[in-house]
Write a protein that binds this ligand. Sequence first.
Ligand code: G4P
Length: 196
Amino acid sequence: MQMQLLQDRIRKDGQIKEGNILKVDSFLNHQIDVSLLQEIGKELKRQFEGKEITKILTIEASGIAIACIAAQYFGCPVIFAKKTKTLNIAGEVYTAKVESFTHQTTNDIIVSKSFLHAEDKVLIIDDFLANGKAIFGLSELVRQAGAELVGAGVVIEKGFQEGGKRLREMGIDLHSLAIVESMDPATGSITFRKED
Ligand code: G4P
């Protein structure tokens, strides 16, 4: 189920940049509209209703605010994976490599073994899903911990990139609140997928 309020806001305030980048800095990942994040948190809770979730896992930086507000509705802690270029804490952390197509960088992401355990039931939350590398890397941390991945909640999926398809084919229960099907930098027009 996609979220009309969010789609309306993306149409109103999103800016389409060259290279298929959708800038949502005015409400989601630079300036933050907290009341919108509350609605996003409630909607994520609705979409995973009835599922037991003991930890929300996200990745710095933009995922943190979204995950924290959502966590108030789930009543569980948030862990954010840290990005690092120098991996020198071997043994104490779960780790995965995440390439960013958008930023043309590769980071190791880490989560301390102290915070993710085999008995955890984990919901991954992130702001954008493009090629799926960030969410795949986070799912890898969950696998290393021997925890259960309950699903993934994404605010904006770029449906014309491969990530959503790949993660769904892997069997991840993925819910995206807005799936952008196309965006045209010339006209500013954005279309959304009808159903997820
Ligand atoms: P992927 O994780 O799905 O494979 O996507 P990709 O590598 O392309 O994206 C890497 C980063 O770029 C992510 O941020 C993601 O949120 C962001 N991103 C991807 N597409 C867009 C877009 O159209 N608009 C915006 N605003 N961001 C996009 P990150 O590495 O987690 O960095 P941070 O910004 O959260 O610190």
